[in-house]
Design a protein around this ligand. Structure first.
Ligand SMILES: Nc1ncnc2c1ncn2[C@@H]1O[C@H](COP(=O)(O)OP(=O)(O)O)[C@@H](O)[C@H]1O
Ligand SMILES: C[C@@](O)(CCOP(=O)(O)O)CC(=O)O
Length: 441
């Protein structure tokens, strides 16, 4: 705490450039796991966000260091800027310059494995002992740092990076994507300013987001959003292994999207406020190992697995069609007394939620605690499923207009007495934003 306060006040004194960005977490409504195999998924952003501040310090300060504080991983780590230049950036630049097709704008063409290897060596050599979560977080951070800053000619100055999140880490609400999106966004914004790279799109202004208040945050333009999402995807592959790209997409663009691997994501206009219970099973898992569980099932029962994937796709297609029909009822759903068509559409969504939970359990990615949550929900008139990779982490349940508030409150208490933690949240807030950009002259 003392260290943190000291760091903040010294930053105020010495900061030349301050960039603050934030990105949301996400829930997958339908299509987790099947999306990795090219099927349809629907995801929405959460109001819970990861916040990053990057400050470049005056070069006359004594210590020429890059200091990284990852509050949620209880990690503060500093690196000498000269060593970063020599042992990270110079090595990456020499590889990148022999790749004529690659540029900062085309992260998919970077020499991914070689840059990753250099990054892993750098983190191992110059960091204090790290636990596996800290290690992968730093490797992916430096991968993004080296990939982006190593692609342009910038003289490195002392920098402080502070990051913290409202999300629960390792629980299926996209903490890794939210983390990687804020990092990519901050590095790209930093390069835009320092290297005058591409257009200069830094401007202040007010932004009105659907389902949220007016803020003074600045939006990235679509080209930048795409670039941020692509860089975050590269790094997500380090944390997840074979990632579909849905997490980085929704954490970048926000709102609700329909997503198929390899196609442009499509934003779904939200019919109304979608409220949801987010229930933490309190069982930790990691996405990479749950993807491996699904792959094991595929290996053992290839034809059964493929049929389940087709069924998951059909569930996602029906859910999408239902949400679109709901959106066409816009005026009615804003009304307190639900009309019968709306009720029947919500009920359809609930049935599809049950079906998807059963299909996910069939490929081995549920957990007894998640099953317990789903049966408590059902006993109380709600319908839930796991979200994200499963094996623990969060379950979700849509809260509809016809669910009385007092019943929802009682249900939340019941879940809590069984040891789960519960939040009622809105879906579909903004994607990545620049919350502050300040240059001290
Ligand atoms: N706020 C954060 N600070 C640092 N690292 C983070 C943060 N959020 C996520 N990570 C990294 O991402 C990993 C979690 O990724 P993952 O298993 O995909 O969980 P999730 O489903 O929450 O995205 C963590 O172990 C950590 O390395
Ligand atoms: C299992 C998967 O479909 C979703 C993973 O979500 P999360 O990391 O658990 O938040 C993997 C992916 O789409 O990359």
């Amino acid at each position: 705490m003392v260290e943190n306060n000291f760091q903040q006040s010294s930053e105020k004194l010495h900061s030349e450039l301050l960039i603050k960005v934030s990105a949301p977490g996400k829930v997958i409504l339908h299509g987790e796991h099947s999306v990795v195999f090219g099927k349809l998924a629907i995801a929405a952003s959460l109001g819970l966000r990861t916040k990053l501040s990057l400050s470049e310090l005056k070069s006359d300060i004594e210590l020429n260091m890059l200091t990284i504080q990852l509050k949620d991983l209880n990690l503060i780590q500093s690196y000498d800027v000269k060593i970063i230049q020599q042992d990270l950036l110079a090595k990456c630049r020499s590889i990148i310059k022999n790749n004529p097709n690659y540029s900062l704008e085309n992260p998919q063409l970077i020499n991914h494995e070689e840059i990753l290897q250099i990054t892993e060596d750098f983190v191992t050599r110059y960091s204090k002992p790290l636990n596996p979560y800290q290690n992968i977080a730093l490797v992916s951070l430096f991968y993004l740092f080296a990939g982006t800053l190593g692609s342009v000619d910038i003289k490195l100055r002392p920098i402080n990076i502070n990051l913290e999140t409202d999300l629960t880490i390792n629980a299926g609400t996209g903490s890794s994507a939210s983390y990687l999106v804020t990092l990519s966004a901050a590095f790209i914004q930093y390069i835009r300013f320092k290297a005058n790279f591409g257009k200069n799109q830094i401007k202040n202004g007010q932004t009105k987001h659907r389902n949220s208040e007016v803020t003074n945050s600045i939006k990235f333009d679509t080209d930048d959003l795409q670039l941020i999402s692509k860089w975050a995807y590269n790094a997500e592959k380090i944390i997840h292994g074979p990632a579909s790209g849905i997490d980085n997409t929704i954490c970048t663009f926000g709102s609700m999207v329909e997503f198929r691997k390899g196609s442009q994501p499509r934003v779904i206009e939200l019919p109304t406020k979608f409220r949801m219970l987010l229930i933490n099973s309190m069982v930790t898992r990691n996405t990479k190992s749950m993807i491996a569980v699904a792959q094991e099932t595929k290996k053992e029962f290839p034809t059964v697995f493929d049929s389940i994937l087709d069924a998951m796709n059909a569930v996602a297609e029906s859910a999408l069609e239902t949400i679109i029909r709901l959106s066409q009822l816009k005026t009615v759903v804003e009304h307190e007394n639900c009309d019968s068509e709306m009720v029947s559409l919500f009920k359809r969504l609930e049935k599809l939620t049950d079906m998807n939970q059963n299909l996910l359990a069939a490929i081995g990615v549920s957990h007894p605690k998640l099953d317990r949550i789903c049966s408590i929900l059902k006993e109380n008139g709600l319908h839930g499923k796991l979200t994200g990779a499963g094996g623990g982490g969060f379950a979700i349940a849509l809260v509809n207009h016809y669910h009385p508030d007092d019943k929802i409150k009682a249900l939340m208490e019941k879940l809590e007495t069984e040891g789960f933690s519960v939040q009622l949240t809105d879906l579909g807030g903004p994607g990545v934003l620049i919350d502050e950009f300040k240059v001290n002259s």
